[in-house]
Design a binder for this molecule. Structure first.
Ligand code: ATP
Ligand code: MG
Length: 359
């Protein structure tokens, strides 16, 4: 696994050497194979991986819907691997869950769906439940729909009910398993914005499971890439998204950008090929033109992409540099805060499974 910068914050969730196998027709199937993961308090942590990578298994281990075959689960510093009885119930209440297909009760109104987990606890009176439900529906923007039934709602509205219900018992952690995968892109954006707002306002730690890099890019602080039951890459979203090191990550990043799928597979036309990454204010400055001019260097843009990672703008290009002082131009770019990676050289050499065709 490629290790990256770790944050020194309190871990809200920690998985240590987690393995999970299920009985299969031809022996045990290892869904998770030695997963170490640490989610800091208050962050939005993404787990991305393709179908069957083990994402749902991982998320179900956090709220102990599944028990690990090996290893330990810690929540808020407490080992909860074997929790049972009242402790398990308290733990489940402190962890809300949002599902891909909403899992609403069709015979209950919106308000009664949100009230349901509160009723189950037996700790709240009728008036208190009504007050809490009203506040939760206001938070997710569904006040006017309180008396409707799930079948009368759009997908996005149903997921807002799911989110309000997950927040009912004031959890410290919200687990979202493909929470936007059944929604169209616009609705996905609105639901992700709501999750970020909840994270900001309530300080709830969010673990977001998805197979879409775009969801991670616009929402998460850090991300772990899961591939066949193993964490193959982990780090701040900017690092992982802009400098993917593992084949599984490259694949997911490419899927998010069908038009720039060639970014890692361009032919070198003869110059010095470099990957330039501009983030933050550098993304808007005419740095490349100025520095190449100063060094009497020509450049050909071979591939590129621009966009945002959360609020931060970025631009990434693969360019071929040729002319008088290529080394001077590279030094000048680096001095201006541009991240320069020489292509076809050392940076990727140590990474397993890096495809051979990468220049
Ligand atoms: N209850 C189970 N019994 C047997 N095998 C299981 C069980 N749950 C998961 N698996 C297997 O574990 C592996 C990981 O499954 P998991 O559902 O965690 O993947 P996922 O990353 O969530 O996939 P998807 O994106 O399709 O939801 C798969 O091979 C799956 O078949
Ligand atoms: Mg799943």
């Amino acid at each position: 696994m490629a290790h990256r910068r770790q944050r020194g914050l309190t871990a809200m969730i920690r998985l240590e050497r987690i393995t999970k196998s299920f009985p299969g027709k031809e022996g045990a199937v290892a869904a998770l194979d030695g997963v170490d993961l640490s989610v800091a308090k208050g962050e939005i942590f993404g787990v991305i991986g393709s179908s069957g990578a083990g994402k749902s298994t991982l998320v179900r281990l956090i709220n102990l819907l599944e028990r690990p075959s090996g290893g330990d689960v810690f929540v808020a510093g407490e080992r909860v691997t074997d929790a049972s009885g009242a402790r398990l119930r308290a733990l489940r209440r402190s962890i809300g869950m949002v599902f891909q297909h909403f899992n609403l009760l069709s015979a209950r109104t919106v308000a009664d769906n949100v009230a349901y987990p509160l009723e189950l606890t037996g700790d709240y009176g009728r008036i208190e439940i009504a007050e809490r439900v009203a506040a939760l529906l206001a938070r997710v923007g569904l006040t006017e729909h309180a008396q409707k039934y799930p079948r009368q709602l759009s997908g996005g509205q149903k997921q807002r009910v799911g989110i309000a219900r997950a927040l009912a018992c004031e959890p410290s952690v919200l687990l979202c398993d493909e929470a936007t995968s059944a929604l169209d892109p616009q609705t996905t954006g609105a639901v992700l914005d709501l999750l970020r707002q909840i994270n900001r306002d309530l300080g709830v730690t969010i673990v977001l499971i998805t197979h879409e890099m775009d969801v991670i890019r616009r929402t998460c602080d850090r991300v772990a890439v899961l591939d066949r039951g193993r964490v193959v890459e982990e780090g701040p979203v900017t690092d992982v998204f802009l400098h993917p090191r593992h084949t599984a990550t490259l694949r997911l990043v490419r899927e998010a950008e069908p038009d720039s799928g060639s970014l890692d597979a361009v032919a070198d036309p003869g110059g010095r090929t470099v990957r330039l990454t501009f983030t933050g204010p550098a993304a808007h400055k005419p740095i490349l033109g100025r520095i190449t001019r100063e060094n009497l260097v020509d450049y050909a843009i071979l591939a590129g992409r621009i966009g945002h990672i959360r609020e931060t703008p970025y631009a990434q290009f693969i360019v071929s540099l040729s002319g008088r002082d290529v080394a001077g131009a590279i030094a000048g770019l680096e001095a201006s805060g541009v991240d320069v990676e020489l292509q076809g050289g050392a940076p990727f050499a140590a990474i397993e499974e890096r495809p051979r065709h990468v220049v």
